[in-house]
Ligand binder design. Structure first.
Ligand code: SF4
Length: 548
């Protein structure tokens, strides 16, 4: 019956299974709002009976198959290497960009071409099965990864199974997909401009400038009672950190009543009370935090949530910590980036590092009154004005402090500029104006950068050193987490405290001292968790197979 079937998954985290990504459900809700029928198949890359499920759902009315690519990381990343995933804890560390980029940037590019399929052969098989089930279907791919595919097509001719995709939508697809459906299904309407590039067809979509629409799940969503789900409350970020490629200076929020209606509907339909927020930055606006927390307080049930958040906003608005804790804030991912004050100022995150450290402590201390909090922080190694010495001091601080639950490090990335993508995606100031930020060298084949105080190789080396130094830490987990990992463990029925412990169960070398318990116990706990996760996937698979 559905005119559109939408495939949605996140391949970054499989141990345990990730929570559902928001993207596919946002687009599906929009499609329904425009008068088309649409259903979403989640976890499609790992469902044991995916092709049978597709066969069962598809009818002669099914005209479009859309694939949300946002989190479909290529399998050649560490994600499919079991041994490495063991070492990284419960989750799977995504490692698809920089650490090897200097070795062969072509490999990095090509890995993105096939997304989760990984190779030409896999892509051929997958698309041929799709074409058998849905011979005349129009295949659309959307999500941020299509911009990477565009960059590949800018460089070379693409003659492969990926040509089965009729349209790659670049940019926010909310309106573009409706226009494609109007043409494909109804055969009418003004069509968007197509850009043909070396064998692939792209539709460029302008930024969506309306308030954030709600996600409306259907009975086909088959969420289990109490499942942690994604919640999109905003897009873009009010700030403009110099290294960041996210949408900046423009930001759109979900309106208060839309939020209340969505949360209430989800609670009444599936008993949903836990969310991972998909916004780039939860608290970039105090005004919106007031609206958001007021909306949550007006609900007749309580929710819990986790989000990407900015720590220095707690310096400006100290009551904001309580405001969030009181409304269910259970875990936060904070981009601190650097403890070198000059580097922080140049990156436009200039709060003094000593105050940053105080705020982390304050956050953890205050959270005790609200049942605890998972504090995860990100650093970027290699920002302009960072030095080897300041990184050594940073590493030393983490080695001797216990306030942080987890630290993840990226090596500084500088996305390659593409004139044609300017209206669709945001580029960092580093990309737009590298000389201004002190880069004396910047190249992409192979990838390399150098500024006054460091180069790419220094940053990679220091990251390795950091990992080595954190090996035996007794409380701070090194790398590997994502918000959906917290939510996916809570979905399995574990409490916050249990989840914090489970997130620290590590079997490999790095982090083996995080919990002072017997290794066999850890192995068993880990096995049980994975088993529960697999059961959940199987139940979802079976519910779709038997869906009437
Ligand atoms: S790094 Fe974070 S706070 Fe800075 S612009 Fe990007 S999303 Fe916003």
């Amino acid at each position: 019956m559905p005119e559109v079937i939408l495939l949605n998954d996140a391949t970054y985290h499989k141990h345990p299974l990730s929570t559902r990504p928001a993207g596919g459900h946002v687009i599906a809700s929009n499609i329904r709002e425009a008068g088309y029928t649409c259903e979403v198949i989640d976890w499609f890359t790992v469902l044991p009976d995916f092709f049978n499920i597709l066969k069962k759902l598809a009818t002669k009315d099914t005209k479009v198959l859309a694939i949300s690519t946002t989190f479909l990381a290529p399998p050649t990343s560490v994600g499919f290497n079991e041994a490495l995933s063991e070492q990284t804890g419960l989750g799977v560390y995504k490692d698809e960009t920089l650490d090897n980029a200097s070795i062969d940037s072509e490999i990095i590019y090509d890995r993105n071409l096939y997304l989760w399929l990984g190779s030409e052969e896999n892509a051929k098989n997958w698309f041929s099965k799709i074409r058998q089930i849905l011979p005349g279907v129009t295949i659309i791919m959307g999500g941020p990864r299509t911009a990477r595919i565009f960059k590949i097509a800018e460089r070379k001719n693409v003659e492969s199974a990926i040509n089965n995709v009729d349209y790659f939508v670049v940019g926010e697809g909310d309106e573009a997909i409706i226009k494609i459906l109007n043409k494909t299904i109804k055969g009418k309407g003004h069509f968007l401009k197509e850009i043909h590039k070396n064998g692939l067809k792209f539709i460029f979509s302008n930024r969506y400038d309306k308030p954030i629409p709600p996600i409306k799940y259907t009975t086909y969503t088959n969420a289990i009672n109490g499942e942690w789900m994604p919640l999109e409350i905003s897009r873009g970020c009010k700030f403009n950190c110099s290294f960041c490629n996210y949408e900046k200076n423009v930001y759109r929020k979900k309106e208060r009543q839309t939020l209340i209606d969505e949360l209430t509907r989800n609670y009444e339909m599936f008993g949903i009370k836990g969310y991972h927020l998909t916004c780039d930055c939860l608290n970039d606006s105090k005004e919106y935090i007031d609206i958001f927390t007021d909306a949550l307080k007006s609900l007749y049930f309580n929710i819990e949530y986790v989000s990407y958040t900015r720590l220095d906003m707690f310096h400006k608005y100290e009551d904001m910590m309580e405001q969030l804790f009181e409304t269910g804030f259970k875990a936060g991912w904070f981009g601190l980036e650097t403890f070198n004050h000059d580097a922080a100022k140049a990156a436009k995150k200039g709060l003094h590092p000593e105050r940053v450290k105080e705020l982390m402590k304050l956050l953890k201390d205050k959270s005790v009154n609200y049942g605890g909090f998972w504090l995860s922080v990100y650093l970027v190694f290699g920002l302009p004005k960072e030095t080897i010495k300041s990184l050594e001091d940073t590493i030393d601080w983490f080695k001797h402090n216990h306030v942080v639950d987890e630290v993840s490090v990226s090596v500084l990335d500088i996305a390659e500029f593409s004139e044609q993508l300017v209206d669709m995606t945001s580029f960092s100031d580093h990309t737009l104006n590298p000389e201004k930020y002190g880069f004396s060298e910047l190249s992409y084949n192979p990838f390399y950068w150098k500024h006054e105080t460091m180069d790419l190789h220094d940053a990679i080396r220091m990251k390795e050193k950091f990992k080595e130094e954190m090996k035996h830490h007794t409380s701070t987990r090194y790398g590997g987490s994502a918000m959906n990992e917290y939510g996916s463990i809570r979905t399995l029925g574990f409490t916050h405290d249990e989840t914090v412990k489970l997130l620290k169960v590590k079997l490999g070398d790095v982090g083996s001292k995080l919990l002072d318990v017997d290794k066999n116990l850890k192995v068993n706990v880990r096995k049980q968790l994975l088993q529960l996760s697999q059961e959940k996937l199987k139940n979802y698979n079976d519910s779709l197979l038997s869906f009437k």
